[in-house]
Design a protein. Structure first.
Length: 256
């Protein structure tokens, strides 16, 4: 059963439930893959999702963060007011704690993050880097493993994670999926911590299983959405320069 802790906002007299996840770490080490997985999981459960990936214009090495916003109603933008912060490095806490909710729950890689200065935050820690290395994994696997730990805390069924991973990455993430499964089974649900967090925010928990969902929502990125809009508008030909953020438009159109 999938349980979400909802932050209740009122906008223009409309009650909307939402839940925001922020993951931060080093650019080039798989953060975007992990957040796309989370988008697909919650879309599969029938929630509206909006993902945002903020990264520097370098190949690897600088700070990156990505946001997954989940809502019970249609949303058209992200927010940095995260309910959960997934910290793969110390810089994530330095940059993003205090930027969003002051009482956001934090899940950290204890091998990379010191939580001494953030003792007021409800925190779940796990020696993620050590575990990944011990099983022959690489740093690029840490974000996906962190996503698996979050899913365990939220009560998302492993069978659903496996379904989404194998559908979109049938062979690419074999070792990652195996390691994610190990962590998912080993990590305990910090129910006391999550209940405390729920009480702090004065929110309510709702549940949904995949069997409750009649029509899962698809997930597409901005380039795919632009491509479909161009086709709908009568596009006859398209040319583009490679190695730009919009290059996937050319690739996507060529594959249709």
């Amino acid at each position: 059963m999938s349980k979400l802790i909802w932050t209740t906002n009122r906008k223009e007299g409309v009650l909307m439930n939402q839940f925001t996840i922020l993951m931060g770490g080093t650019n080039g080490y798989g953060i975007n893959d992990a957040c796309i997985l989370l988008c697909r999981l919650f879309g599969r459960l029938g929630y509206h999702v909006y993902g945002y990936n903020d990264f520097p214009s370098v190949i690897k090495g600088q700070h990156q963060h990505a946001v997954v916003r989940i809502a019970s109603q249609k949303i058209t933008a992200h927010t940095l007011e995260a309910d959960v912060v997934l910290a793969l490095d110390q810089e994530t806490l330095a940059l993003h704690i205090g930027q969003g909710r002051p009482d956001a729950i934090v899940i950290v890689d204890l091998d990379k993050v010191s939580i001494a200065d953030y003792f007021r935050q409800p925190t779940i820690g796990y020696p993620l880097t050590q575990k990944v290395k011990a099983t022959g994994g690489t740093n690029e696997m840490r974000p996906l493993c962190m996503a698996a730990i979050l899913c365990k805390q939220l009560g998302i069924q492993w069978s659903l994670i496996e379904e989404v991973m194998t559908k979109h990455h049938p062979a690419e993430f074999g070792l990652e999926l195996e390691l994610m499964h190990q962590l998912y089974d080993e990590v305990k649900q910090a129910t006391d911590g999550l209940d405390t967090f729920k009480n702090i925010l004065e929110t309510t928990a709702i549940s949904r299983t995949d069997s409750d969902v009649e029509t899962p929502f698809p997930v597409m990125n901005g380039c795919q959405a632009i491509s479909l809009g161009l086709l709908q508008s009568g596009l006859q030909a398209y040319s583009a320069y490679p190695m730009t953020p919009t290059s996937p438009i050319l690739e996507y159109l060529a594959g249709l």
